[in-house]
Design a protein around this ligand. Structure first.
Ligand code: AMP
Length: 546
């Protein structure tokens, strides 16, 4: 017997309708190249979204054709999030930091028909345009007054594209399983892989984000997603905010600019900001130098790479800001786990609570997780045992888009193998110890490079740290600590290594420190261990290492 409840489809259109009716006065403030102080309401945003839908309807697209964006976090990108998906097409948010040959690969693989481009990315695209046979139209995200000269065939400004169209649209009734958007992973080896989200997965994920023990988004919030809208849906914020009725503040191209972010937070009284650790390093450094306090900020969500203790300390002690350390990936929409304090944990001793807060957090409803051993047997949740982390749930990808070779990423019983290695403790808090391919195996035992890096970043004068395994005759591999010092800092390597004593097992302590002027990063801002391993391939450890 089936229940007798309505089967209203879970579509992105339903989020838009909800916001139009219930939160028309909530605002979006953003920075674009043509207007650094743009601001309007959700009502106005969705009226322009309707105009965009009319313009798209005249382009001769078929249902679920791909429409791509190369764009920053701003109001026009927000309109595309809704206008494209709610029309029944698939929004392909492209990462402009991919290598040019990868940009060509993903556009051709997705068979994008229209490209919406921020003026800042025109130079990148103009060089590639003759390799993009599926693209029929280029629209530049600006108005006619600011439209740059471009050789892209038939290029027009976004404002002229949508101008003159009606501000209401008869949105199609979509099946909730219809594909809505896609992102490609930023694979460091091989071609990027496409992750294809559905309306249903997007709505459920947005509801998950709003939960109190997740991002806790409410109509009292003003959210600043510093995580790009071209990388995993800006962590679902452009959907969660209209769902909850929260205001949005979008930083445009000012993503890595500490001063601009500080001024946005102050100027707009932002309550919750979300981004990767490097962004917060820039913000905190500016606040320190300027002697400013982030008074309106209630919490930050930090993820994408492990959040160093130093960042958490400074947010908490100087700015009275809660940090929710979160873990996720393109394949998980991305929210997987997030760290908030449960009642049970709140009753523990202060130092235990703080140690737990540093972990990546508990699975939200919608994400099931398990850690397994070499044979695929489930490992205990004791905070000690660590192994590959596997997840499943309604916003986890079940396969990659048009990938012909076998899906080694999924287990026979339907779990997604994340490629991360983790522990889970008795309270359910997960901690990432490594990427599977970055694990250091010394004498057959695993050493967590992430834990060693986090401790190193807390040492005076260390700006950035990475730990990789280098070959060792006796132990097979031993850890090497690579450090980029802060400008002008003199670091004593022995004192740095001695600081590990008592914090990790003695055999985890790196054998040596190498100082460098720069640490390479991937297109999504993570430390590129692959490049470091190449750079240090011939590195010889001191004779008695280990
Ligand atoms: P991406 O799909 O580019 O967002 O990358 C996802 C990967 O980033 C994950 O598989 C993890 O390896 C890493 N990651 C994400 N969040 C965290 C975190 N809080 N701590 C450590 N690693 C993280």
């Amino acid at each position: 017997m089936h229940g007798l409840m309505m089967r209203t489809p879970l579509t992105i259109t339903s989020i838009m309708r909800h916001a139009q009716i219930n939160h028309p006065h909530a605002t979006i403030a953003d920075i674009t190249m043509d207007n650094p102080t743009h601001r309007y309401t959700y009502r106005e945003a969705f009226e322009r979204t309707a105009q965009l839908a009319h313009a798209l309807a005249g382009c001769g697209l078929n249902a679920t054709d791909r429409v791509a964006t190369l764009a920053w976090n701003d109001h026009r990108h927000f309109e595309l999030y809704y206008g494209v998906s709610c029309s029944g097409y698939v929004l392909h948010m492209m990462n402009p930091r991919l290598f040019p040959e990868q940009v060509v690969y993903v556009i051709n693989h997705a068979e994008d028909r229209i490209l919406f481009i921020d003026p800042l990315f025109l130079p990148l695209l103009e060089k590639l345009a003759d390799k993009l046979p599926t693209v029929q139209r280029y629209v530049v995200l600006t108005d006619d007054a600011h439209m740059p000269q471009t050789p892209l065939p038939g290029a027009q400004s976004y404002e002229s594209f949508i101008a003159g169209h009606p501000t209401a649209f008869d949105w199609p009734n979509l099946d909730e399983d219809t594909a809505s958007s896609m992102c490609y992973t930023s694979g460091t080896t091989g071609n990027p892989k496409g992750v294809l989200y559905s309306h249903r997965s997007t709505v459920l994920h947005a509801m998950g984000c709003c939960m109190t023990d997740a991002m806790g988004v409410s109509s009292k919030d003003r959210l600043l997603p510093v995580v790009p809208m071209f990388h995993v849906n800006a962590w679902g914020v452009p959907y969660a905010a209209p769902m909850a009725g929260a205001d949005l503040v979008l930083p445009g191209p000012k993503m890595g600019d500490g001063q601009a972010l500080f001024e946005l937070i102050e100027g707009h009284q932002v309550t919750c900001a979300l981004g990767v650790p490097t962004v917060w390093l820039a913000l905190l450094e500016y606040a320190r130098k300027a002697g400013g306090k982030l008074a309106s900020l209630d919490r930050t969500v930090v993820g994408g790479s492990a959040c160093p203790k130093a960042i958490m300390d400074e947010f908490r002690d100087v700015h009275d800001v809660r940090v929710g350390h979160a873990w996720g990936m393109t394949e998980t929409s991305p929210m997987g786990t997030i760290n908030t304090e449960s009642r049970r944990v709140a009753e523990l001793a202060e130092d235990t609570r703080y140690a737990l807060a540093l972990k990546q957090g508990r699975g939200t409803f919608g994400i099931e997780m398990r850690i397994v051993d070499d044979k695929g047997e489930q490992l205990p949740w004791d905070g000690e045992a660590f192994g590959p982390l596997q997840v499943r749930g309604p916003w986890v990808c079940s396969a990659y888009y048009r990938q012909s070779e076998g899906q080694q990423s999924h287990t026979a019983d339907g779990w997604f193998d994340t490629g991360d290695v983790a522990t889970v403790d008795e309270y359910g808090y997960m901690q990432i110890t490594d990427r599977t391919k970055d694990v250091i195996k010394s004498g057959g035992e695993w050493i967590s490079s992430i834990e060693l890096e986090n401790l190193a970043v807390g040492f005076d004068g260390v700006a950035e740290a990475a730990v990789i395994g280098v070959a060792h005759p006796k132990w097979f591999e031993r850890p090497l600590l690579i450090v980029r010092p802060e400008e002008g800092a003199e670091i004593d390597p022995d004192a740095l290594l001695a600081s590990y004593k008592g914090q990790v097992a003695s055999w985890w302590i790196p054998d040596a420190v190498a100082f460098v002027q720069d640490i390479p990063h991937t297109s999504t801002g993570k430390i590129s261990k692959r490049q470091l391993r190449e750079r240090f391939a011939d590195y010889k450890l001191p004779a008695d290492g280990g």
